[in-house]
Design a protein around this ligand. Structure first.
Ligand code: SF4
Length: 265
């Protein structure tokens, strides 16, 4: 008898294997999408420890997110861009001084001599519960969305914006060059818009939230600190959860961590 679930799961498994092959040359690089993650988790990744595979339900959820991404990208690619605006979709960013690689979802860019105007956005699909905790009445009452917290997603989209800046403004100092880079970024902040487009998987509501450009500074601080921590060789493998700042970065991380089997003995 046909078992559709098994057929679909095998298909998702094959897609994952193909993706792994595509990223083979970047096995020793940090992924832009992991901005804000536990330092030890980052170390396991670049040292190529075997991660725990995702369960079937998680694989299907991720696939659903990929399908919505592809659809919105198609819609953007078929739309008429404004005059002089370059549209970049699923665009690779590479930041050599941090060993970071990734793909931003959408970027609209206008160049005028030395000046640039840049809009970067990342699409995130959310389940109803997470949507309500972020945008529901209670969250609004507590003004949760007014506080620039710069979690994982904000740092991710800020990292992509920095990657874009690096590619369009090669004269910028390296991001690990000290305070000078923060001054340069501050001078550019009025020309940069960084955004997260939230998509509720339960009722298909969408909401775009612009992130403060302060997140650019937070992302610079995160990647510099991570690189310093790992390069200082503090025998990171022996540090248990909560044994150092950044391990883990957030309380919930260990529960969902794919390297838990190596880390928690
Ligand atoms: S189990 Fe926790 S501390 Fe260990 S690598 Fe994962 S997130 Fe970090």
């Amino acid at each position: 008898m046909l078992n559709l679930e098994t057929i679909y799961d095998d298909y998702l498994e094959r897609l994952q294997e193909e993706r792994k092959k595509e990223y083979k040359e970047y096995e020793e690089w940090f992924s832009g999408s992991s901005a804000g993650s536990c330092y030890k988790k980052q170390w396991y990744k670049i040292k190529q420890f075997e991660p725990e595979p995702f369960d079937l339900r998680t694989k299907r959820l991720l696939r659903l997110g990929t399908i919505v991404h592809a659809d919105i990208e198609k819609a953007i690619s078929e739309a008429e861009p404004a005059d002089g605006v370059e549209v970049l979709l699923e665009h690779e960013i590479k930041i050599d001084e941090w060993n970071v690689v990734g793909h931003l979802d959408h970027c609209f860019l206008r160049r005028d001599g030395d000046k640039i105007e840049m809009y970067v956005s990342d699409l995130k699909t959310l389940a109803a519960f997470s949507w309500t905790s972020k945008f529901g009445r209670k969250a609004k009452k507590q003004s949760i969305n007014m506080i620039p917290t710069f979690g994982h997603y904000e740092l991710q989209v800020a990292t992509y914006a920095l990657g874009m800046l690096k590619s369009v403004m090669p004269e910028l100092p390296n991001f690990n060059s000290g305070d000078h880079i923060h001054y340069e970024i501050d001078n550019l902040k009025d020309n940069i818009s960084i955004n997260i487009v939230w998509y509720n998987k339960n009722d298909s509501k969408m909401k775009t939230v612009e992130i403060s450009t302060e997140a650019l500074h937070a992302a610079i601080a995160y990647w510099n600190d991570l690189n310093d921590f790992i390069n200082e060789d503090k025998n990171i493998e022996s540090i248990p959860p909560d044994g150092a700042i950044g391990i883990p970065m957030q309380g919930w991380e260990c529960k969902y961590c794919q390297y838990k089997k190596h880390c928690i003995k």
